[in-house]
Design a protein. Sequence first.
Lengths: 151, 739
Amino acid sequence: MSQQSSDSTLEQTLEKAHQTTANLQFKGERAEAVRLAVQTLLLIRGGLPYEIVKNNPYPILVKYIRASNAETLGSLADDVLRAISPNFITLRSLGSLAEAIYNPTEDLAQLALQLLQEETTPLVMLMKKIYQDARGYDEADENNSEQGDKK
Amino acid sequence: MNFNFGPIARTDAGDKKDTINLASLPLHVILNALVGSTSVEEFIAWLWHDLYKPVFHWELGQDRNGNDKFKNLHTPGLGAFGSADRAFAAQTGIREGLACTHHVRWKGDNGNWLPRLSLLEPNFISDQGDQVNLGATVNYVQLSILSEPAMPTALVRSVIADSFIEVVTKSVAEALSQAFTDDGRIPIEQVKFEFHTLLQHGLSANPDNAEIWNKLGEKFDVQAGKKFLMRHFTPVTNPEHEDVYKTEFTADLTGDPLLPEQMLKNIFSLAELLTLYQDSRTIVIAVPQSQLYTIDIATIEQATVEATRRRLDELNVLTINEGIDYLSAAFESQVEIREVPGRLPKRPKNFSRPLVDVVLHPSQLLSRKRKTPNCKICRITGTPFVSALDPPPARLDKLIAPSFVDTEFVGTGQHIAPLTHLYILNSPNAGGSGQKGVPKRKSMRGAFALFTPATQVAIVDQTSIAVERPPLDIGGRFQNSLNRITVTTQEFTLFQQMSRRIIAELWHKIAPNEPLGLPYLGAVLLTHEDHQQIRRILPHLDLFLSDVLLNAYPFKLAVQPAIEITFESPIKDTTKHFGKHTLLKISPHIISAGSKASIPVLLDDETRINVNIALFEHIATLTEITNNLKLKKRKLNQRDLWLKSISTGTDPVTSVLDSGSATVDSRRLNRDISVDSIAFNEAEKFWDRYIETEDFAKDWEQYEKLKHNTFSAIEEYPILSESMRTFQKQEGEANESTK
């Protein structure tokens, strides 16, 4: 795990988190599906505006993912983002993530979707840890600036 | 559990057999004294006849044919210990020579033969390989219960057995005490053996007798009196063995029952020393020679009936109803007490008095009954019997219990054996019970626990390698492994001692200051009246699932003492259980204590589980997790909700979140904190505590492992979430399985 400086931009954080996720040595049959699920969560997390982020976004993520009946990974991401904030934030760093999520291998996407729907909390937890590691601090920590997330 | 009853007493050094007897020295000498003495003087001599065996002074000599033969130089009065016989004979008030001639005759200083014990060891104990023989000259009394070992008769059978041992033990204690008084001596109440170890013994590589005496022998002591004390010293070479092999052993000869706490301090009751064999059908007790004890079967039988009735009354078991004495009827047709035949004045050359013949005696009696023309077969226990007892009521509600619904016993009619009759008779409303002001009878219905030592010698015929070569083993007796464990009657007692102490340890955890329910039998007995205590046993069943080690210098051996268990504890519906449940759905089960054991436990009429070490491991893991789930809202608590959630297949982390959401008291929250946030924080704390590592991929691996283990536990034990609290130890109690 790395220690990112606290003044990284959201762009840099997402880039770093995405890179970390891509390089993780998951084991077992579900390894790639877990990776894709975490990537989906990073995409959703990256799309959240500061107003949401400043109030601990993770419980909200769990809530809306579990509430969604989406049948594809992409529609799940859409569902959640629309439910949380209609103002989708576009970032360059989301490009490859978005590609993986909106144009994935069918079976892998279904497995990732299933994982996200059935094991939402542990996956969000993992994503949070990866994201915060990339970011260098906990968003909920009042002592840290949230300015990097502001748009 | 680890046991240490003192160093080993005997190896079969006579020929090529490299065998080991596990019975400890104090057990060996006290049993010799109890069964082989023909006078008080001999009793005292037997107590210290092997005084110096703990020095383990072995030399390699030759037998008459010139073959190598190991010699155990241990005898007071000979060799290095030449001055001890005279000194301790004077100190204990017996004639010089009795101890030193226990193997070979010797002449005294005046050229005359020294006096000898009347019966020598080959007459009452011998090393036996594949067939355990009773001692040729030993007197035994045997109780036989002519019943199949079925559950409905378990309570009465065990009370009869306990009463029988109590009666015989007390009569032996009284006779011994009287013999000492008649001999002008203070009766011995306790024989205490101290076994010290000496690391700094200062022995040279090849010490002569003077050196052995000066550095070891003279430290030994024998002190006569109400408490007869013997002090032994064993030189050791490994510093780790200095504490491991230091111990005490106290034989209590008063005939009184012991508290578990005393038993766990290596105090041994006369009852357990005398009891040679016990199973669900028979008890075999050794008693002293006729010069010290007179066997009076009629008196023993009468006293056993009285003691049994007294104890059954205490347990609220009805024995007499409408003028019919059911207990006497049971004794008349299904209980036999006898003196074991075949005792001889001396052991002949081709001696054979197999223990198995005696053990099978009840089966032979049952077989004979079966051939009797008017024999009936008990419809509930399958026991053949002959009795003139009137048949029990034909109505099922009176026969078993008002709420009893099984119909397999319809038409039992006259085919109920007297011992079973006692079971039938004791329905909840029997003998006026259940009426206004009279509590229902709960002794023979509902929850039940019986833990009895079982004489089943479970030991692997293992190669036994000494933990070290004793410093005075000059001849190399323990240089090579001893390849067989030889079982004599004394090993039967040894194994029973361990079984008794495992049971005592269990009871000590439940009721530290109370004696065992059946102290002479060494058994825990609880009926539905004490269903809460029965339930408290459940978390401690892991005591039977831990490996047992016997430290007997110079050996350390894995052993598996046997315990007979009959156990039924409802985890729900305890109040009405005794009116519904009939004991007919459980059966006694003998286990060999150890990590591979499994104990069948009936938790209610529908659920039986096998309690094994895996269950306790699962419970330990889940307990550790759930102890940190502390949110509560009114009657809901997070711990219970988490267990329910995982049993529906929800992963453990989400279960924390969901159970947290449901138990956060939102009225007490600040405006800026949501229930969802609190619940998520709970889940995150859980993640950090049980899952987080230094690597994200490993975090996920750890999460999947936890999920797998949790689901496996629930799958293997579907009632785990419901029964977990039942199997959890109280606060402050250690979890043995996880130590």
